[in-house]
Structures are given as structure tokens and as C-alpha cells.
Design a protein around this ligand. Structure first.
Ligand SMILES: Cc1cc2nc3c(=O)[nH]c(=O)nc-3n(C[C@H](O)[C@H](O)[C@H](O)COP(=O)(O)OP(=O)(O)OC[C@H]3O[C@@H](n4cnc5c(N)ncnc54)[C@H](O)[C@@H]3O)c2cc1C
Length: 568
């Protein structure tokens, strides 16, 4: 096995960020091939291969921070001089290094090891199934490597910084505080790696075989994986597709220019830009807006819709918009980005139209956060005739997670129903239950979602807006955090709890919480909705004092005749 390491960078640089990686596991490479780009403060370098062979392992990831001497790839092959000596050319691999062929028999083949795939694998293996998981990059998928967990690690660092900045209001004085983004990113990577090792340990413990490489479905009982000079044919009873999603782009002039980042790169910025324009004021865009604003970056959000976080109720949008503005985030809603141009001094100009007028913002980085689309490249689903949604925006499944081929299931972002990690995991368990013969239908009526702005926002069930659109007769109970003792002691008393009751049944059908720890608070309301509880049953429950959860009790009391600690 040959390790390809980072040998040098531009100028005196000792470390840099991984840019685009040009190869994937299983690729055959030759000496001199450009494997990847590394960006350092002194400029970009292309890392060339000093070996020929098959890429067996990709140790790094786009956006990672690396130092000279770090291992980048593991190659099954030979180092350059040796290669030329032995072979005199590159037909060597076609003759001597024929791929090994392997055939295995399993119960379930899972393609993709994100929160959909890896949870399904563990759940199935615990129930005695022989499972193989195919993963082309890293276990944990988008969620663990470039999504939920890395963003929340950054959210936490930004929260700490925000709290220290206002420490004097608590009677605590701190001087000369500053942010070291390298440490922020290192901390994030440590958490990510710890969780990745955890999944790998669980795979081992439950005897789940993991194959590195790209999975391709040949027919409903055969999956093929080519990697590590090994071509594996898997004979399988059932297949679960869990291949996730990829970043969407929009046809904006200059979208590929140097200063433009996706969320993946934004999670690895080891130095802070002075000015950041975020294109897209949805969940991902707004989480980054609050993170970078807290770190002292001047943040501009340009959003096409008339509101940021437009799927939320108007009162929630108004609250978070006001807080964002108070914090200094500049919001341009109802605005269409036309171009991102580079200037002579290396900055970018974002041009957009708002109310028919052209506007321009100069900045050093642009984060494009306009959504994600299902990923199924090379899976072979078109040849197999697997049906998609009408707009081709996701694999069509029924309530049991089955595609139109009954023993092929699809879960998670690739189905494009709700792009959330916990939905992917739950769908995975539903798919496995059906494979095991337990008839299970998924129910999406109590799916929580969490937005890690500052303060957090959490929504479950139906929103007020949707209930009214659908003509559902509802009653609303609201309670402001400013009337909650615990929120006041936290110094974080913005926001409110809103509970939506179905007037005819008395049952809780939705809730939105904006405020401190909203994302954790929401789980008790989720449990209520999932079990068909009424607001009256909440009022009869004793909530601990002093806790922010008392606001849920108060919001329910508000529906049932009036809150105790608040009068409108
Ligand atoms: C910045 C960001 C923040 C987010 N924050 C949150 C959050 O706070 N909460 C939340 O619920 N969700 C969040 N999400 C969304 C969440 O990450 C996804 O909903 C979730 O990861 C979907 O899981 P999945 O298993 O369907 O797919 P993924 O996690 O995308 O995993 C799919 C896996 O399949 C592999 N794969 C693809 N094709 C093949 C193939 N042919 N062969 C082998 N392997 C293959 C991929 O390499 C990948 O590892 C966030 C996303 C982003 C980008």
C-alpha cells in the first residue's frame, strides 16, 4: 500500500485547505495525474500523484484543513520510479493488476451510510439480518461530515463567543476576547471524527460489512461495487437506496468564481472574511448568518422570497427577522441575484435586483445556500426503471418506503420528501420493519424540525399558516419567553411558544417554539402530537420549575382559558 502525502505548498505555507478532489475510490491513477487542489494563504497548488495504481482510500475530504506531511490517499500500486522500471509504461495495471473478483450473499444491501443508511443497517443487523453497507465517501454521510453536526459545532462556538461578548450584563468581565477559527474548525473535526469512529465501531460490533466504493444496482437482487481493485458482486434479497443529496446550484453568472463557497467549504473556513454575502435565507443560510455574525463578520443575506425562513408562520418570521436585524445581519428579501463578479483586488461583487432596482454588495466571500437535490448518480436506477416523482426530483416511494420494485426501498434525502436527518433514520427503520415482515406505514404528521439560529426555532406538525390554508378550524395558545423566569435568568428571553389545537378534536396538531433551547423543548410537544394528546392534557401535567418548558404548559393554558403568568 502506498501513501500519498502532502509534500509541499506555495511559499512558506505549512498548511492549507483541501479544494476540489479529482479522484474517487476505485479510480486508476497514473504518476503525474492531478489528484486535488490545496488552497493556502500563499496560493493554490495542484497535488500530483507520485504513484500509479488504484485509489484505495481517500483520507481527506474537500474543505479539510491539512498540514505538510499529512496522508491524502492510499494507493494500491507502485511508486513512480519503481513503476517505470518495472513496466516501462502504464499497461502494467491492465496486465499485472487485474481486479480481484468477489461474490457475497446477504439479506440486505444498503447503498449510502448517512443517517438513513447507517441507522437502517444497525437496526437490521440487531434483528439478525446479514447486512452490507456500501459507502463511497465517509460513514455518517452529509449529516455527520458536512451538515448537522459540523454546523452545530460551529453554532456552539459562536454561541459561546456571543455570550462572552455580553458577559458584563451577568456581572462578568472578560477582556481581549477573540476567535481562533483554526481551533473552532479543529474542535468541529474532533467531534465529527469521534462520531464517525462510533459508527464504525457499531458496524464491527454488529458484524455489518462495509464496502468502500460506488454501489450500482444491476438488478433487483444484484448490486455491484468496484473499489480497492476488488469488484464485488452482492447477491441480495433486499436493497435500500440511501444515497442522500447534493448541493443545488442556480444559474447565476459567476457562481463558480473563486470566492464562492457552498456550505461544505463554509464549514472549513479557517480565517474569517470581513464581509460575507449569503445567497439564500433558508435554514442553512440563516444558520450560517448567525454563526458568522456572532464571530464579527459583516453578513448580508440575499433571499428571493419575501421573507427569510419563508415556510414559517408570519409571527415567527417577524420575530427572527427583527432579531437578525438587531444583531446587524443585513437582509435583502424579494431579491434576485443576477451575478457574482470578481474585482481586480480579489473581492467579489454580488449584483441583485430588488423592487426593480439593481443593487450591489462587495464582499470577500459568497456563500450559496439555495438548497439540496437528491443524488443518484451512477446507481443505475434509470436502467432499472425505478420511478421518480413527477418532476424527477426524488425517488418515488410508498408509505412502506418501497419503490415500484417491491424489494428495492429508498429512504432519506434521495426521496426528497423531507430533507432531515431524523426523517432519513426513521424511514430507514420503517423500511427494515417492512423487510422483516412487520407491516409499517410511515406517518409524517408529527415530524419535528430544528433551526439553529440564535434563538433557536423548532416546528412540529402543522403550522398556523398551513392550517388556515387548509381550512382546519384551530385555536392558538401563545406564551412569550419574556414572561418565563428561567429564560430571564438565562439572559435569553426572546421568542415564544405557540401551540395549535384542532378545535373539533381538542388535539394538539402543531407547535412552533422560538427561544432558548427551543429545539430540545419541542420534543415534549412532538410526543403529545404523536400520541394524539389534547391541550387540556398538557394543562393537567406538572412541569418542573423553573424551566423554559413551563412556557409549553402556559401556552396550553392559554388555549384552555388563559395563561397564569401573562395577560394579553
Ligand atoms: C449544512 C447542512 C446542515 C444541516 N443541518 C441539519 C440539521 O441540523 N438537522 C437535520 O435534521 N438535517 C440537517 N441537514 C440535512 C441532513 O444532513 C440530511 O437530511 C441527511 O444527511 C440525509 O441523510 P441521508 O442518509 O438521506 O443522506 P446523506 O447523509 O447525504 O448520506 C448519503 C451517503 O450516500 C453515499 N453515496 C451516495 N451515492 C452512493 C453510491 N452510489 N455508492 C455508495 N455510496 C453512495 C454518500 O457518499 C453519502 O455518504 C443539514 C444539511 C446540511 C448540508
Amino acid at each position: 500500500m502506498i501513501e500519498i502525502k502532502l509534500e509541499q505548498l506555495s511559499g512558506e505555507s505549512k498548511s492549507g485547505n483541501i479544494g476540489k478532489i479529482n479522484v474517487k475510490i476505485g479510480d486508476e491513477i497514473k504518476t503525474g495525474d492531478i489528484l486535488l487542489q490545496v488552497e493556502s494563504q500563499k496560493g493554490n497548488v495542484s497535488v500530483k500523484s507520485n504513484a500509479s495504481g488504484i485509489v484505495e482510500k481517500i483520507v481527506i475530504d474537500e474543505g479539510d484543513r491539512i498540514n505538510i506531511g499529512d496522508v491524502l490517499f492510499e494507493i494500491d500500486g507502485v511508486q513512480n520510479e519503481e513503476c517505470t522500471k518495472k513496466t516501462g509504461g502504464f499497461n502494467y495495471f491492465n496486465t499485472l493488476m487485474k481486479p480481484q473478483k468477489k461474490e457475497i450473499e446477504v439479506d440486505i444491501t444498503i447503498i449510502g451510510a448517512g443517517p438513513g443508511g447507517y441507522v437502517a443497517a444497525i437496526y437490521a443487523a440487531k434483528q439478525g439480518k446479514k447486512v452490507v453497507v456500501i459507502e463511497k465517501e465517509h460513514v455518517g454521510g452529509t449529516c455527520l461530515n458536512h451538515g448537522c453536526i459540523p454546523t452545530k459545532a460551529l453554532v456552539r462556538s459562536s454561541e459561546i463567543y456571543r455570550n462572552i461578548k455580553k458577559a458584563d450584563s451577568f456581572g462578568i468581565f472578560a477582556e481581549n476576547i477573540s476567535v481562533d477559527m483554526k481551533k473552532v474548525i479543529n474542535r468541529k473535526d474532533k467531534i465529527k471524527n469521534q462520531l464517525k469512529s462510533g459508527i464504525e465501531y457499531l458496524f464491527e460490533k454488529h458484524e455489518i460489512e462495509k464496502l468502500d466504493g460506488n454501489g450500482k444496482i444491476v438488478d433487483e437482487n444484484t448490486v455491484f461495487v468496484k473499489a480497492n481493485r476488488t469488484e464485488t458482486t452482492i447477491n441480495t434479497k433486499d436493497i435500500i437506496i440511501a444515497t442522500g443529496s447534493e448541493t443545488s446550484t442556480v444559474p447565476i453568472k459567476g457562481i463558480d468564481s473563486k470566492n464562492v463557497l457552498t456550505s461544505k467549504e463554509a464549514l472549513n473556513m479557517t480565517s474569517l472574511p470581513k464581509k460575507l454575502v449569503i445567497v439564500g435565507g433558508g435554514v442553512i443560510g440563516m444558520e450560517f448568518a448567525f454563526i458568522y455574525e456572532s464571530f464579527g463578520v459583516e453578513v448580508f443575506v440575499v433571499e428571493y422570497a419575501d421573507e427569510i425562513l419563508a415556510s414559517l408562520d408570519e409571527d415567527v418570521c417577524d420575530e427572527i427577522t427583527e432579531i437578525a436585524k438587531e444583531n446587524g445581519i443585513k437582509l435583502y428579501t424579494g431579491s434576485k441575484v443576477e451575478a457574482i463578479d470578481e474585482t481586480e483586488n480579489g473581492e467579489s461583487i454580488v449584483s441583485f435586483i430588488k423592487d426593480g432596482e439593481s443593487k450591489y454588495i462587495s464582499c470577500d466571500k459568497v456563500l450559496v445556500a439555495v438548497g439540496r437535490q437528491p443524488y443518484f448518480e451512477g446507481l443505475g436506477i434509470e436502467e432499472l426503471g425505478i420511478e421518480m416523482h413527477q418532476n424527477k426530483k426524488g425517488i418515488q416511494i410508498n408509505e412502506k418506503m418501497q419503490t415500484n420494485i417491491p424489494n428495492i426501498y429508498a429512504i432519506g434525502d434521495v426521496t426528497n420528501i423531507l430533507q432531515l436527518a431524523h426523517v432519513a433514520s426513521h424511514q430507514g427503520m420503517v423500511a427494515v420493519d417492512n423487510i422483516l415482515g412487520k407491516v409499517k406505514n410511515i406517518d409524517y404528521s408529527a415530524v419535528p424540525s430544528a433551526i439553529f439560529t440564535e434563538p433557536e426555532i423548532a416546528v412540529v406538525g402543522i403550522t398556523e399558516k398551513i392550517a388556515r390554508e387548509k381550512g382546519v378550524e384551530i385555536e392558538i395558545g401563545k406564551f412569550p419567553m419574556s414572561a418565563n423566569g428561567k429564560a430571564l435568568t438565562l439572559g435569553d428571553a426572546k421568542g415564544f411558544v405557540k401551540i395549535i389545537k384542532n378545535k373539533s378534536t381538542g388535539k394538539i396538531i402543531g407547535s412552533t417554539i422560538i427561544g432558548p433551547h427551543a429545539t430540545d423543548l419541542l420534543s415534549s410537544v412532538t410526543l403529545c402530537i404523536n400520541n394524539g394528546l389534547t391541550t387540556e392534557q398538557i394543562t393537567e401535567t406538572i412541569f418542573a420549575h423553573p424551566t423554559t418548558s413551563e412556557s409549553i404548559h402556559e401556552a396550553a393554558l392559554n388555549v384552555e382559558g388563559g395563561a397564569i403568568h401573562f395577560a394579553e
